[in-house]
Design a protein around this ligand. Sequence first.
Ligand SMILES: [Zn+2]
Ligand SMILES: [Zn+2]
Length: 331
Amino acid sequence: MLGSRKEPARVPGLMPDPMPDAPALPEGPPATSLRRALRILSDPWTMLILKEAFNGTRRFSAFQRALNIPKQTLSLRLTALCHEQMLYRRFPAPQSGGTQAAPEYAPTAKTFDLADAMYAIWLWHRANPGVEEVLPFDIIHKSCGHLLEADYCCTACGGPAHSTSVTIQRSQPEQVETEPRPRLARRNDASFTATSSQSGGMVAASLVGDLPCNEILFLLFQGPRHPLAITQELALGAPVVRDRLDKLKALNLVREEVQGRRLVYHLLPRAEGFFPLLLAIADWGDRWCNDGQPPPDPRIHACGAILRGRYRCRHCAEWVSRDQLELRFHG
Ligand SMILES: [Zn+2]
Ligand SMILES: [Zn+2]
């Protein structure tokens, strides 16, 4: 009886918390494009490496210098990203003396297609104080000459995609993710804080590096939740949920509220900047991670269209495209 998916939702508070580090739960987490995308992206280093690749870094040694990342770790991540066809190795033409130059790791179309998520990270940091060392460059919109300020908008109607104007559907509610969770809990705590501090508080990129944080945020965008509801809806262990809620609280992204005998978690306004980031990642997941199948969780915009979001410049109202952007490094 327990664990049958036909059962009505269990009453919160009546079910004991699952054991810490309990073996695989009987039901997998719901299949979503966000989760499928995060299976590739949610590693504390991966987004940072991709960010560097976006900014033009190509050589192993240059990645290593820019990120201060251990060689072995970098080597594993680059190999994984090549395996996912997000980077490819290429050999520059031999130099005049005939010596072969070191291989380069170049981004593929799949990586460039993640551009909106990269802008979301930059814009989030831009809008939040204490970012000088995190953002050593400005992004200029060449079309109008302004520093990039942009809103994530629906390409069908042009209206902004806010958490209040987007509804997430489950087109295949019975579909659950059967693939094992990527390395979780074991080492996430240490690396989470390590990455945030080593890279000068890359809060947004570090959050993307943690799958449960993203899934919890995405769920809370759909409405406040009790922790037990979160564990059930995402099929995550209770200790993981508690730990991530504490982190999100420490980052001032969620607040807790006592309702009767229960704690309910709400998003704080500061979290809204993460919504386009998660939408952009889910959108990318629709295109690259569903084996050509329709997305299991289409997002519907207030206008009724399936949301296909893009950034739109606040100054000139043009859709932001990579060839119209210029990085200007400080100093
Ligand atoms: Zn729309
Ligand atoms: Zn512009």
